[in-house]
Design a protein around this ligand. Sequence first.
Ligand code: NAD
Ligand code: TDX
Length: 307
Amino acid sequence: MHVLVTGGAGFIGSAFVRLLLEETSHTVTTLDALTYAGSKTNLEEVLEYDDHEFVEGRIEDEAAVDPLVAEADAVVNFAAESHVDRSIDGAAPFVQTNVAGTQVLLDASRRHDVDRFVQISTDEVYGQTVKGEFSETDRLRPRNPYAATKASADLLALSYRTTYDLPVIVTRSSNNFGPRQHPEKLIPKFITRAARGEELPLYGDGTNVREWTYVTDNCRGITTVLEQGEAGDIYNIGSGVELQNIEVAQHIVDAVGASRDLITFVEDRPGHDQRYALDTTSIRELGWEPEWSFEAGLERTIEYYLS
Ligand code: NAD
Ligand code: TDX
């Protein structure tokens, strides 16, 4: 397949582009706006490959998107504003990219009759839970502006399946971690700050729980869905590894050899979701399972940031 990967210069998208080019026979066009979160450096090993083209542009720009979709068999949409704290400061760029951009991509995909449209979504669309796991049929209850725009994009994409028979698939993954993540996010922020002996600002009481999935495990899951997923279906992707933020902070300071005294409790994030957890039965039925333990992934991630 020739795959158009949008947002492929970001953290997860770049890992996915490398995986497709290095481990499959698919060819790739990467479309990325190179916002503060994207960088060609994230793709440096594969930028010049013959079976890879990089295009700088925005997904909401129909003139940029249309010829690229025309050449593609499949579209995988990672492009997004991705940071919850930024969405609390201002939702406009989130609505623009995550909702309006997805609509432009969907319309181009419909015009050119693509064989697959994979919308990359998140566990945050389900909202928070204190017990149990979210399954794909659960109601969406997003609680911050970022999550609300991602839920909107999911619904829009799925509506193109029912209305126009566009072969849409949605993946919803838990928190990813690994090399090349922007240091605004918890794990790279705490690694880089601990290494410099700076305080680690833990929001609230630090008991919020996230399910941590190593980035290449998510990317293998997305590849599985791209190749074998059922059109119209939704697939949760998560490792099952649940940790409180305070435990993550402690793992990091211990692994970096810094003092636990650096951990500082600060004002909570408004509307801070207490816990996410995913039921991953559907993707496991396609033969996927996570390969990385939290400890091995963290060691690899720390090595990357310290070098
Ligand atoms: P990221 O912020 O690292 O990367 C986003 C990429 O999209 C960047 O390269 C950026 O330049 C690009 N981009 C932004 N606006 C664009 C636009 N209008 N047009 C074209 N490109 C644009 O994000 P990430 O962490 O790699 O997340 C990728 C996707 O996965 C997002 O859709 C996010 O919602 C989803 N997701 C992320 C996580 C996580 O833990 N990071 C978990 C679940 C789902
Ligand atoms: O400085 C911090 N202190 C802190 O306590 C930061 C940046 C975060 N936190 C907490 C908030 C969360 O409970 O750590 C947890 C993780 O925070 P983020 O790294 O901002 O991730 P999160 O809000 O969980 O969202 C992430 O996972 C779901 C991604 O950023 C989203 O794109 C994805 O959809």
